[in-house]
Design a protein around this ligand. Structure first.
Ligand code: NAD
Ligand code: IPM
Ligand code: MN
Length: 355
């Protein structure tokens, strides 16, 4: 029996509520399959931990996570702790420490999912964002000078390395070639006259290694407009860290909301564990009420199954989500229902048992 060693970091707010349902689904899949098993270790890291111990995770946190096959994370952030402290102390520390330089985010309109756009059928929105996840606008390079003085200055540098750009482009081109899809780069070379001119140049350079891939290139302002007006023009998308962050929340908005949007932080070389998460935050406005939508977490559970090569189960979990959305009887309030978080997880398990 294959055993997957899983680290779970439920984190803050709705994180623990939705991660419990994802674990429920993964354990149910393993039981139904009979050939593999998930062994869970839960880490109590997050904002409560910070308030007690003065750090978001233990000093040897990365060393302790290193031995796991994958990390399953809920959400990080709570009103009592500044966001840049909590996120840099945990989520970003793991993404960077484990060189998870690919952030894979499906933006796909599932059957039955509510869509605020008119005349858009499921299938007409089917994108995969490949977000650069290790540097760019999130490099953490800068300075805060003359703090609280009249001449105060803050500097936040964007850092775009040749290695960093080439590897994310190659990953995106290879994915587009494998799936027979177009590849669109989203950048902003007209205004960001160093970083994004460089980005566009590397996109073209790496493209010569993949002549069979049809490419498009958009400025980010126009791209955000087209994502709403004509989303079918995007298939595989490669973009920078900050643009990818913003555009995938927009992507969530056109495909059913934050409760449905999943993401995988991948270290493609598998030198370090990869990390799977819903892309939403800790949702303090609904935390503790038992109404958070666990489908984003369950979709990221499907990404875990795919990462381990259980493609058939990954597909069946997505189909169960589609079946639930289409039935429409057991959904949380954000997607028009009145069910609880736990009821949605149970319903997915029931659908999988019948599939
Ligand atoms: P958010 O994603 O937490 O919430 C935005 C809106 O979406 C809220 O109205 C919330 O109720 C709703 N929402 C989010 N997840 C939902 C779910 N599963 N079901 C139903 N509705 C859901 O974003 P925010 O309010 O900007 O941030 C809150 C905190 O989370 C901040 O501390 C922020 O820094 C942090 N954050 C963390 C992550 C992460 O850990 N990956 C991601 C984004 C934000
Ligand atoms: C996300 C989040 C994070 C990001 C924040 C919380 C640092 O918004 O995963 O989308 O910007 O990457
Ligand atoms: Mn985000």
């Amino acid at each position: 029996m294959k055993v997957y060693r899983m680290a779970s970091i439920p984190g803050d707010g709705v994180g623990p509520e939705v991660i419990a349902e994802g674990i429920k689904v993964l354990d149910a899949v393993a039981a139904l399959d009979g050939g593999f098993h998930f062994e869970w270790t839960t880490f109590p890291w997050g904002c409560e931990y910070y308030l007690q111990h003065g750090r978001m995770m233990d000093d040897d946190g990365l060393a302790r996570l290193q031995g796991f096959d994958a990390i399953y994370l809920g959400a990080v952030g709570a009103p009592g702790v500044p966001d840049h402290i909590s996120l840099w102390g945990l989520l970003l520390a793991i993404r960077k420490g484990f060189d998870q330089y690919i952030n894979l985010r499906p933006v796909k309109l599932l059957r039955g999912a509510p869509c605020p756009l008119k005349d858009v059928a499921p299938g007409a929105i089917d994108m995969t964002f490949v977000r650069e996840n290790s540097e760019g606008e999130y490099a953490g390079s800068g300075a805060w000078l003359y703090r609280d003085q009249p001449n105060e200055v803050v500097i936040q540098n964007g850092v775009f390395s040749r290695v960093g750009c080439e590897r994310v482009m190659r990953y995106a081109y290879a994915l587009a070639r494998r799936e027979g899809k177009t590849l669109t780069s989203i950048s902003k070379g007209n205004a960001l006259n160093y970083s994004m001119v460089f980005w566009d140049q590397i996109f073209a350079e790496i493209g010569r290694e993949y002549p069979e891939v049809e490419t498009h290139s958009y400025l980010v302002d126009a791209a955000s407009m087209f994502m709403v007006k004509d989303p079918k023009r995007f298939e595989i998308v490669v973009t920078s860290n900050l643009f990818g962050d913003i555009l995938t929340d927009l992507g969530a908005a056109i495909t059913g909301g934050m409760g449905l949007a999943a993401g995988a932080n991948i270290n493609p070389e598998r030198k370090y564990p990869s990390m799977f998460e819903p892309i939403h935050g800790s949702a303090p406005d609904i935390a503790g009420k038992g109404i958070a939508n666990p489908l984003a977490s369950i979709w990221s559970a499907s990404q875990i199954l795919e990462f381990f090569g259980h493609n058939d189960w990954a597909r069946r979990v997505l189909e169960a989500i589609e079946a639930l959305l289409t039935e429409g009887t057991t959904l949380t309030p954000d997607v028009g229902g009145s069910a609880s978080t736990g009821e949605v997880g149970d319903a997915i398990v029931r659908l999988l048992s019948r599939s």
